[in-house]
Design a protein around this ligand. Structure first.
Ligand SMILES: [Zn+2]
Length: 246
């Protein structure tokens, strides 16, 4: 293999290492994001229950006022009873008192239901608060693990990038940009080895990147010249197995 393809293969090795380290950084960062979203969802749930609880509390307060209002009315009607001038008037006032009391009893029932509602909301809110606490502890754990790992991975990335810089020296700019474009498409795998099948000619040729057939022309040209030839199907830069060459 010629110098150009040899240096591109070295570069590809570094590119693949970089892609691998980037993948590990992604996984780590993702774990933190997933856990953060989990907590945010629980917090939203808790806030919505709290809002419901506040609404219920307002309703309970207004029902309480209604009851007090009716109690006051009952008291004033009771005073009227003593001043009643006839049995009919007395009976009429009594009916009003009984109606008010019946209303009050209904409102009290409603208030009781609302209070039970508030209690059950409180239980749910407390449960979610406990969940949030344990998920936050988990997040801290993930964060501290990630921090160490990310520091390590970023260090690796930095040193790989330096190695890469050295490895690009001597590669013509046009070739390098072709290589980079293809590498970006295939997670660093810009090159593919031509697989030669069959013991005797005519051999069949297959791209080791996409496993599609290749014309013999590529292998023939590459056995003579150190040049950039790309797979007609996937576009990877082709090379011949250096060990298979005589
Ligand atoms: Zn291919």
């Amino acid at each position: 293999m010629g110098m150009l393809l040899e240096s591109l293969r070295k570069l590809q090795k570094i590119e693949q290492d970089i892609a691998h380290v980037r993948g590990r950084i992604r996984v780590r960062t993702n774990a933190v994001n997933v856990q953060t979203r989990k907590i945010e969802k629980l917090e939203q749930e808790r806030d919505s229950l709290s809002a419901q609880s506040i609404d219920r509390r307002k309703l309970a307060d207004s029902l309480e006022l209604d009851i007090k209002d009716r109690d006051a009315q009952v008291l004033s009607f009771r005073a009227g009873l003593n001043a009643a001038r006839s049995n009919k008037e007395y009976a009429a006032i009594l009916t009003q008192i009984n109606t008010l009391k019946a209303d009050s009893a209904q409102i009290e029932d409603r208030e009781l239901t609302v209070m039970q509602n508030i209690e059950s909301l409180k239980t749910q809110i407390d449960e979610i608060a406990t969940q949030i606490e344990s998920e936050e502890a988990r997040l801290n754990e993930i964060n501290s693990q990630s921090e160490k790992e990310l520091t390590k991975l970023n260090g690796m990335l930095e040193s790989l990038n330096k190695t890469r810089e050295g490895a690009t020296e001597g590669i013509p700019a046009g070739t390098l940009s072709t290589f980079e474009r293809i590498a970006a498409n295939y997670e660093g795998e810009a090159m593919a080895m031509i697989e030669i099948h069959g013991r005797k000619p005519p051999h069949t040729y297959i791209c080791g990147g996409c496993f599609m057939g290749l014309t013999p022309e590529h292998a023939n040209a590459l056995s003579l010249r150190d040049e950039i030839r790309t797979c007609d199907n996937c576009g990877r830069i082709l090379f011949i197995d250096p060990h298979a060459q005589q």
